[in-house]
Design a protein. Sequence first.
Length: 159
Amino acid sequence: QFIHTSAYSDNNWQKSTVVFPEMEILKQDGTELYLKQFFGRPLMINFWATWCAPCIVELPHLNKAASLLKEFNIDVLLVSTDRAPIQDVIAFLDSKQIYLPFRGFDRRAIWARQMNVSALPVTFLVNADQTKSVSHTGIADWSSTRMIEDVRAQVDILN
């Protein structure tokens, strides 16, 4: 099971040596979602769960960040690690008005295991050609001007 970290930890990027998963998780309509579907654009992947209090605090910031980062051609993908039925997680996100990031559902922790996720929330920034990434463990105010600038700077470093 995952542990969660609650301290705000802005600018806490770690170089990541993960192997990017080629196996599929699910989209909210039940169709397959592959990481390669985002190839060609930088991607911010946030692993979270409905039972993770810091994750829930972070969701509105990620929602706003998805809008702000879209201007810079950076996509945001929320990956739920909940084992609950997908419809329950969708209802949870809808109740919190989290609509802008792409949604992925990793009920069997396929991507989470492949990417060595051991704590929640954790966020990865992946470069456009999916060869390099950095990770950020813990909650962050992703929609703050400082974090948006930091995400952009990290993406530039990765490219």
